[in-house]
Design a protein around this ligand. Structure first.
Ligand code: NAD
Length: 348
C-alpha cells in the first residue's frame, strides 16, 4: 500500500511511519515541521526507498492537490494536528486553523483525488483522534464509540469538530472514512513538554518534578508502539465508516504514574535516588478533566487487537530509551516549545 501520513514527523505519526515502512508499505510523510516535529524521529527510515517526505501545511490546498497528484496514495492516515492542551488555552487560533480548517482542506483534497482515481474501493481516509472529545468521566464508567461528545478544551473541541467533518464526508460524499479515538500515549520520541518525558528528564537533572493540582487526574495510558500497531490494523482491516476506540486499559492517577517513573529511575539511575523527593505540586490548569478511560472491546473483538505491554513494562522501556538517547533530547533543550524550561508537563 502507498500511505500518505500527515504529521509523520511528530510523536505518534513517526511511530506509524517507522512501523508502516517496516511492514513494507510505501509512505509519504506530509508534515509542516512545526515546533512539535522532529526529523530525528525518522532517522531509521530516512534512507529507505519506501519513504518520501513532503514539507507542506494541511491548510495549503494547492500543495495538498500537488502531493496527491504526484504520489497517488491508496490511503491517508491523518495525524497532523496541534496537539498540546496547555498551548490550546494560551493560543486557540492555531488549533482551529490546523485541526478544523486543515482537516477540511485535507478531506477535500483526498475526495478530489479519490474521484480522479475512479473511486477505488480500497481507498481509505483514516482520521486519528483522541478520547478527549468525550469530555471527563467520574470515578466510574469508560468511553465507548457511542459516548456522547462533550469536549471541554480548545484542543478537544477542535478535534471533535474534525471528527464530525470526517464522518460528514463519509456520509455525504461516500468517502471511505475510518475514525479512531485513542487514550493518552507515552513512549520513545515523546516531545519533552508532556508529563512522562518531563518527569524523566527533570528526575535525571535533579530538578523539581511539577504535578498539576494534587495529581488526582486519571488517564488510560497506551504505549505508542501499540497505538501504531492498532492504527495500521484499523487501516487494513477496519470496516469503512466505523469508529474504533483504542486504549491501554492501564488507568493511573498522574501522581501514581509519576511515582512509578521515579521508582524506575531509582533503579536505572540510582545517583539521584530517591527521585520522588523532587515531586512538587503546582496550581492546576483551568478545565483539567478528571478522568479518561477507554473501553476497547470493539477493536479487541473485531480486529483481535490488544496492547502488547503493561504500563509498568512500557514505562521501563521509555525510561531506558530516554537514558540511552541523550543525543535525541539534548538538542531540544532551549528550543521553542520547551524553552529550556522545566515547567509542568501536561499529560494530554
Ligand atoms: P505531535 O504534536 O507530536 O505531532 C503533530 C505533527 O503534526 C507534527 O509533526 C507537526 O509538525 C505536524 N503538524 C502540525 N500542524 C500541521 C499543519 N498545519 N500541517 C502539517 N503538519 C502539521 O502530535 P502527536 O502526539 O503525535 O499526535 C498525533 C495525532 O494523534 C494528533 O491528531 C492527536 O490529536 C492524536 N492523538 C494524540 C494522543 C497523544 O497522547 N499524544 C492521543 C490520542 C490522539
Amino acid at each position: 500500500m502507498r500511505i500518505l501520513v500527515t504529521g509523520g514527523a511528530g510523536f505518534i505519526g513517526s511511530a506509524v511511519v517507522r512501523r508502516a515502512v517496516a511492514m513494507g508499505h510505501a509512505v509519504v510523510n506530509l508534515d509542516a515541521l512545526t515546533y512539535a516535529a522532529n526529523p530525528a524521529n525518522l532517522a531509521e527510515v530516512a534512507a529507505s526507498p519506501l519513504y518520501a517526505f513532503e514539507q507542506a501545511d494541511i491548510r495549503d490546498r494547492v500543495a495538498l492537490d500537488r502531493i496527491f497528484r504526484d504520489h497517488r496514495p491508496d490511503a491517508v492516515m491523518h495525524l497532523a494536528a496541534e496537539s498540546h492542551v496547555d498551548r490550546s488555552i494560551d493560543g486557540p487560533a492555531a488549533f482551529v486553523e490546523t485541526n478544523v480548517t486543515g482537516t477540511f482542506h485535507l478531506l477535500e483534497a483526498a475526495r478530489a483525488h479519490w474521484l480522479r482515481e475512479g473511486r477505488p474501493p480500497g481507498f481509505r481516509f483514516h482520521h486519528i483522534s483522541t478520547d478527549e472529545v468525550f469530555g471527563s468521566l467520574g470515578p466510574e464508567g469508560r468511553f465507548t464509540e457511542e459516548t456522547r461528545y462533550d469536549p471541554r478544551s480548545p484542543y478537544s473541541a477542535s478535534k471533535a469538530a474534525s471528527d464530525h467533518l470526517v464522518r460528514a464526508w463519509g456520509e455525504t460524499y461516500g468517502l471511505p472514512v475510518l475514525v479512531t479515538n485513542c487514550s493518552n500515549n507515552y513512549g520513545p520520541y515523546h516531545f519533552p513538554e508532556k508529563l512522562v518525558p518531563v518527569t524523566i528528564l527533570n528526575a535525571l537533572h535533579g530538578r523539581p518534578i511539577p504535578v498539576y493540582g494534587t495529581g488526582e487526574n486519571v488517564r488510560d495510558w497506551l504505549y505508542v508502539e501499540d497505538h501504531a500497531e492498532a492504527l495500521l490494523l484499523v487501516l487494513e482491516r477496519g470496516a469503512v465508516g466505523r469508529t474504533y476506540a483504542i486504549g491501554g486499559e492501564s488507568e493511573a492517577r498522574n501522581i501514581d504514574l509519576v511515582r512509578m517513573i521515579c521508582s524506575i529511575m531509582d533503579e536505572m539511575h540510582p545517583a539521584g535516588a530517591p527521585h520522588d523527593r523532587l515531586i512538587t505540586f503546582v496550581p492546576d490548569r483551568p478545565g483539567h478533566d478528571l478522568r479518561y478511560a477507554i473501553d476497547p472491546s470493539r477493536i479487541r473483538a473485531e480486529l483481535g487487537w490488544r496492547p502488547s505491554v503493561t504500563l509498568q513494562e512500557g514505562l521501563r522501556r521509555t525510561v531506558r530509551w530516554y537514558l540511552d538517547r541523550e543525543d535525541w533530547w539534548r538538542p531540544l533543550l532551549g528550543r521553542d516549545g520547551w524553552g529550556g524550561g522545566w515547567g509542568p508537563g501536561h499529560e494530554d
